[in-house]
Design a protein around this ligand. Structure first.
Ligand code: RIB
Length: 309
């Protein structure tokens, strides 16, 4: 039986090693950083945390290693209002790791070791199929094996669970997978990877959105950084601007946007209201350092929105 308004996130869990430095090192160069932070991250976990903290009824399908990091991450996720009964501990595997440089202007570059995330197989997805079938929406990204993302999308589609795909990191995807997606949320780079259309302005975004509609996706939201998002529903597009804040670190801004967006949609907010809510959550996140430490709670988002009038 479907639990109305409930969400399942399927995705990655990482321990983020973050080094803040003035500029990114070039090959052969060593740069001394000003600040080092070890924090929980991973696109799947960040989106799950954003949903949990913004009030969703959410379960998470993911894998951790049988190490100390894995058990600490699980405790943290549970305290973020997430049902972790479908987070598996993988024997003899290390929890995923991300090595992140953040430069003086808040940009980041990221290298990843999948570790236990690679053990999220289609078989494991099948073992949790009831969770997907009973939910109203399934939110996924691309740091998990692609065949597992496809397997989960198929289960969702067969059970009228809406599939929301944040196609990050950028990757070419099959028409089979895209045809199972109800809503897609690429950034400009990811939209170009999926459509071959370089997104530099609203006109390009409209064209890329049209190409994604052509694959069978009803709702396309292309995130445009500080310019907001391009929202296109069945071919009708508009730009929805975000909020202006002083960004110190954009890690997990997109993840926060996605988790908050789906939470608001499951509360039956309109698309424009849900985007405004998600913009607010992401705006708060970029004013703070790290991935999960930067993700706001519901009361913070509501307060931010009230202040905007
Ligand atoms: O989107 C940000 C995330 O990407 C980081 O938390 C890091 O773990 C990588 O997965």
């Amino acid at each position: 039986m479907k639990t109305k308004g409930s969400l399942v996130v399927l995705g990655s869990i990482n321990a983020d090693h973050i080094l803040n430095l003035e500029h990114f090192p070039t090959p052969g160069e060593t740069v001394t950083g000003q600040e080092y932070q070890l924090a929980f991250g991973g696109k799947g976990a960040n989106q799950a945390v954003a949903a949990g903290r913004s009030g969703a009824d959410i379960a998470f399908i993911a894998c951790v290693g049988d190490d100390d990091t894995g058990s600490r991450v699980c405790r943290q996720l549970a305290s973020d209002n997430i049902d972790i009964s479908s987070v598996s501990t993988v024997n003899d595997a290390a929890t995923g790791v991300a090595l992140i440089f953040v430069n003086g202007t808040g940009e980041n570059i990221i290298g990843i070791h999948a570790g236990a995330n690679g053990a999220l197989t289609p078989e494991l997805v099948a073992a949790h199929q009831d969770k997907i079938a009973d939910a109203s929406a399934l939110l996924m990204q691309l740091e998990s094996p692609l065949e597992s993302v496809l397997a989960a999308a198929k289960i969702a589609h067969q059970n009228q669970t809406k599939v929301v795909l944040n196609p990050a990191p950028a990757c070419v995807l099959s028409d089979e997978l895209l045809g199972l997606v109800n809503m897609i949320t690429p950034n400009e780079t990811e939209a170009e990877k999926l459509t071959g259309i370089r997104v530099e302005n609203d006109e390009d975004a409209a064209k890329a959105a049209q190409a994604l509609h052509g694959k069978g996706i009803e709702t396309v939201i292309i995130t445009l950084g500080s310019r907001g998002v391009w929202l296109s529903e069945q071919g009708k597009g508009q730009r929805v601007p975000g909020f202006k804040v002083n960004a110190v670190d954009t890690i997990a801004a997109g993840d926060t946007f996605n988790g908050a967006l789906v939470t608001a949609l499951l509360e039956e907010k309109t698309l424009n209201e849900a985007i405004r809510f998600a913009h607010a959550a992401a705006a708060i996140a970029v004013t703070r350092k790290g991935a999960q430490p930067s993700v706001p709670w519901r009361n913070e988002i509501d307060e931010f929105l009230q202040q905007q009038g």
